[in-house]
Design a protein around this ligand. Structure first.
Ligand code: SF4
Length: 351
């Protein structure tokens, strides 16, 4: 069975042609799958019955079953787990919906687990299990839109690829999903509403800047020198900070999008006055933003600074001319660290 949500529009057109149909059927199917979010072909009423029968025999538009949806007490976040369809092991993938004014931001996962081994990350403990397919990436979004529609709220308006995994390491599937997210007959979300986060694999950033897209880029920086960053993020041993900042500058020059540097604040380690001074030297002089994130501790060796210390660090950066913001801790009661819920669900029985 061909899962049609694994196909980009040109691929779906080829599939329609292989059934003896015309290309325009692909756009009709796109709308049913992504705008009406149908889980089967029988209700695709603008297509002949014979075609619907042929599609039912050869293809699937099944959804990812949601197994958890945990709403934060403040109503500003919902954490989801969706079941994947692996034959031997029960896997689930996590996603988060953030609610802020009129904005509904989906934080999507792109891999099951992650192989980059960042010291502050719960997902890293799972190791790399596998890449998610385009249908599994899109399935998270469809599931969130279903959830939102069922409770009479707005569907997703913005997307960040900041869930489990390194999206740019799953490049083809990420790009296929992205083409569908941006397509006017599918989710119709423009580049300004989409951001991909990377731990800093420089060739992937270069590949992305060659695509001619202007999606937002967020670089997970988290340290101001190579020794510390190498400790926190092993990927730095291959792509040190200078090469990363250089890639960020080129991304800005190519796309016109200001790059965001994500910076995890670990008490006594990354939140010092020396760090603020060094960061401003490193990032000063080109248009970028720094997003400060108090660490969500994954072990007893690290803790988050208090709110006052976080604000003081932000003020120090701001005072040195850097655009620094503190990420609001939405839904901390349901979040845990990214990857925790999956670790809990893997191997548990499907109910
Ligand atoms: S922080 Fe991101 S890149 Fe690093 S291990 Fe976790 S999921 Fe992977």
């Amino acid at each position: 069975m061909q899962n049609l949500k694994d196909l980009t529009l040109p691929q779906l057109e080829e599939f329609a042609l292989s059934l003896g149909e015309q290309r325009f059927r692909a756009k009709q199917i796109f709308k049913w799958m992504y705008q009406k979010r149908l889980p089967g072909f029988s209700e695709m009423t603008n297509m002949p019955k014979t075609l619907r029968a042929a599609l039912s025999d050869r293809a699937s538009v099944a959804k990812l079953p949601p197994v958890r949806a945990l709403e934060s007490a403040a109503g500003d976040a919902v954490k989801f787990a969706f079941a994947l369809n692996d034959p031997d092991t029960y896997y689930a993938v996590e996603s988060v919906l953030l609610i802020d004014g009129e904005r509904r931001t989906a934080c999507l996962s792109s891999q099951l687990g992650c192989g980059l081994g960042c010291a502050f990350c719960e997902t890293a403990k799972l190791g790399f299990i596998r890449n998610l397919s385009p249908s599994e990436i899109l399935g998270q979004l469809i599931g969130m839109n279903d959830y939102q529609a069922a409770r009479g709220d707005k569907i997703v308006t913005n997307i960040v690829f900041m869930g489990m995994g390194e999206a740019l390491s799953n490049y083809e599937n990420f790009m296929a999903a992205l083409s569908i997210i941006m397509h006017e007959d599918a989710f119709n979300l423009g580049a300004r509403r989409i951001t991909v986060s990377t731990a800093g694999v420089v060739p992937h950033i270069e590949r992305l800047m060659g695509e001619g897209l202007s999606i937002g880029l967020a670089i997970s920086l988290n340290a101001w020198n190579d020794e510390m960053r190498g400790e926190l993020m092993p990927v730095n041993r291959k792509y040190p900070i200078a090469s990363l900042v250089d890639a960020a500058k080129r991304y800005y020059n190519r796309t016109g999008r200001r790059v965001t540097f994500e910076y995890v604040l670990i008490e006594g380690k990354t939140d010092t006055a020396e760090a603020a001074e060094a960061l401003s030297r490193l990032l000063g002089g080109f248009p970028c933003k720094v997003n400060l994130i108090p660490v969500n501790p994954v072990d007893s060796k690290m803790s988050a600074p208090c709110d006052g210390a976080v604000q003081k660090f932000a003020d120090e950066l701001y005072g040195r001319g850097l655009a620094a913001t503190v990420r609001k801790s939405r839904g901390r009661d349901v979040f845990g660290a990214c990857g925790q819920l999956t670790a809990e669900l893997i191997g548990s029985k499907r109910r």
